[in-house]
Design a protein around this ligand. Sequence first.
Ligand code: MD3
Ligand code: FE
Length: 199
Amino acid sequence: ATLEIRGVSLYQGFLDRETQEQMVEDLRAVVAAAPLFQPETRRGQKMSVRMTSAGKVGWVSDRRGYRYEPSHPQGMGWPPIPASVLSVWNAVAGSDRGPDCCLVNYYGEGARMGLHQDRDEADFEQPVVSISLGDDALFRIGNLTRGGKTESIWLTSGDVLVMGGAARLVYHGIDRLRPGSSALLPNGGRINLTMRVAR
Ligand code: MD3
Ligand code: FE
């Protein structure tokens, strides 16, 4: 890793431009098969991030709560995780399992993600691997419980994060984007991919 921040390993510039372009092309097919949707929270608030998934299961949120589901809210199955994305897991996860979910988050201008923990997965011994594509994003990392001091770092296109061990359950979120900072996505914005072992 180029940097460790509160137990999270950051690999800056892990993906070269050509690999990022291949991934964006592969993600076009994912989004064509399973369209981006704007999840609602249990409280009925729309999230500002649009999402879809690839893999055996996908992450969904609605008035019933958060969970992994074998099909998209519109009824179709989730497409397979692209090989370009899986190869990143194989390079950095250090797991004997493969991911069964790749959550695709799309941030348009103004989108953000509040501080939260990822704890809808069955086995917290399995890491989460994240890939950033497109505009820079200000990532914030906190503690194992709400509150306390936080640290922030800008993520840029091609960066990879690995959350394992004690860092697996830390609070984290995205405060804001730097619009126009990357030319990777023709319509701007940011894509974050997170591979997980959900079940
Ligand atoms: C630290 N996504 O999808 S990725 C998420 O950029 C999520 O879209 C953010 O948080 C994004 O749940 C941040 C980095 C990340 C992902 C999962 C983590 C950091 C994490 C799980 C545990 C600790
Ligand atoms: Fe998260």
